[in-house]
Design a protein around this ligand. Structure first.
Ligand code: PBG
Length: 335
C-alpha cells in the first residue's frame, strides 16, 4: 500500500481520473473474452433455439445449432463452453442412469462440438440432477442422498463424458470424496490430461432457480432442498476447508458459486490457495441484471460489465457467465 505521508493539495486523487487516457493507463483490472467460460443448454431435436423465460437472451439449443454457436464463441476468443443438457423427463430416474449412457445427449453434443470446433475447450458437469426424476444431485436411498453410491455414479459419468471428448470435468454435486474418486478413475483409464474444475465451494442458493427451469428440474426439491450437501450461506471458513480437500484430492482448478453474494469467499480462496480460481455468475444473478435492464431500471450492459469486473478484482481467473458471448462482442466493438 502507498504510504500517504503527503496531504491535500499535494495529493489530489482526481488527477489520475481527469482524462480518459490516464484512467485507461492506471486501470488495474480489465475484462477480455479469454476470461469467460460460456454455459450453454442443450436439447434433443434439430433446428431449435428455445427461449428460457426466466433467463432472457438464453436459449436451449439443439446440437445442430450448438455447433455454430461454439464456432462463434471460439472466434470471439472464449476459451471454454460448458454444456448442460435438458433431458427428456421419460429418461429421468432416481439414480440418473441416463447420465452414464455413452450415447446420451451431452455425450453427442460433446462429440459434435469437438469434431467441428476442436479449438474450444469443453466442460461438462459431473452431477446427476439433470438426469434424476427428483432433481437432486445424488441417488436417494431411504430418503437420504446416498453419498458413496452417488460418487460411484459420478465416476462413471465422468469417464463417459471424457471418452466422448470432454476436456474439463466439473463436479458440481458437493458429495464428499468425489474429486479423489474421479481423479483416480481418470488416471486408471489413461486420461491423465483431463482437467478437474471442482465446484469446491458451492452454496445451497436461491439464485439457481432459473437454471432449474432451463434443465427441467423442480425449483423446490423437498423441504430441505439441497442443504444436506450444498453449503450453508452463513459459512465462510467451511469454504476454505472444502477447497483444501478438493485440492488435496487432485482438483486442478477450483470454483466458488454463486458469484456476487460470495465475493468474500472468492477473495479468500484466491489469497489462501493461489489456485486457478473460477467463479460462476449463476442463473439468478444473470436473470436479475437482465430483468432490471429490460425494465429500464438499470443500464443492463453496464451493470453486467461492472458485475463481471468485480469478479476479476476479487481474484477470479475466469468467470462462468451466460452473458459471455454478448460481452465478448461488446468488448470487441469497444476495442
Ligand atoms: C447442478 C448445477 C446447478 C448449477 C450448475 N450445476 C444447479 C444446482 O446445483 O441446483 C447452477 C447454475 C446456475 O444457476 O446458473 N449441480
Amino acid at each position: 500500500m502507498p504510504t500517504e505521508s503527503a496531504r491535500f493539495p499535494r495529493i489530489r486523487m482526481r488527477r489520475s481520473r481527469a482524462s480518459s487516457w490516464s484512467r485507461e493507463l492506471v486501470r488495474e483490472h480489465r475484462l477480455a473474452p479469454a476470461d469467460f467460460l460460456w454455459p450453454v443448454f442443450v436439447i434433443e431435436g434439430s433446428g431449435m433455439a428455445q427461449p428460457i423465460a426466466s433467463m432472457p437472451g438464453v436459449f436451449r439449443l439443439t446440437i445442430d445449432r450448438l455447433v455454430p454457436a461454439a464456432a462463434e464463441a471460439a472466434a470471439l476468443g472464449i476459451p471454454v463452453m460448458a454444456l448442460f443438457p435438458m433431458i427428456d423427463p421419460a429418461r429421468k430416474t432416481n439414480d440418473g442412469a441416463e447420465s452414464i449412457r455413452a450415447d446420451n445427449l451431452v455425450c453427442r453434443a460433446v462429440k459434435a462440438v469437438k469434431q467441428a470446433v476442436p479449438e474450444i475447450g469443453i466442460m461438462c458437469d459431473a452431477a446427476l440432477d439433470p438426469f434424476t426424476d427428483h432433481g437432486h444431485d445424488g441417488i436417494v436411498i431411504d430418503g437420504r442422498i446416498a453419498n458413496d453410491e452417488t460418487v460411484a455414479q459420478l465416476v462413471h459419468q465422468s469417464l463417459v463424458q471424457v471418452e466422448a471428448g470432454c476436456d474439463i470435468i466439473a463436479p458440481s454435486d458437493m458429495m464428499d470424496g468425489r474429486i479423489g474418486a474421479i481423479r483416480d478413475a481418470l488416471e486408471a483409464a489413461g486420461h491423465q490430461d483431463t482437467i478437474i474444475l471442482s465446484y469446491a465451494a458451492k452454496y445451497a442458493s436461491a439464485f439457481y432457480g432459473p437454471f432449474r427451469d432451463a434443465v427441467g428440474s423442480p425449483r423446490q426439491i423437498g423441504k430441505q432442498g439441497k442443504t444436506t450437501y450444498q453449503m450453508d450461506a452463513g459459512n465462510g471458513d467451511e469454504a476454505l476447508r472444502e477447497v483444501a480437500l478438493d485440492i488435496a484430492e487432485g482438483a486442478d482448478w477450483v470454483m466458488v458459486k454463486p458469484g456476487m453474494p460470495y465475493l468474500d469467499i472468492l477473495r479468500r480462496v484466491k489469497e489462501r490457495f493461489g489456485m486457478p480460481t473460477f467463479v460462476y455468475q449463476v442463473s439468478g444473478e444473470y436473470a436479475m441484471l437482465q430483468a432490471a435492464g429490460q425494465n429500464g431500471w438499470l443500464d443492463g450492459d453496464r451493470a453486467m460489465m461492472e458485475a463481471l469486473l468485480g469478479f476479476k478484482r476479487a481474484g477470479a481467473d475466469g468467470i462462468l457467465t451466460y452473458a459471455a458471448v454478448d460481452i465478448a462482442k461488446r468488448l470487441k466493438a469497444e476495442s
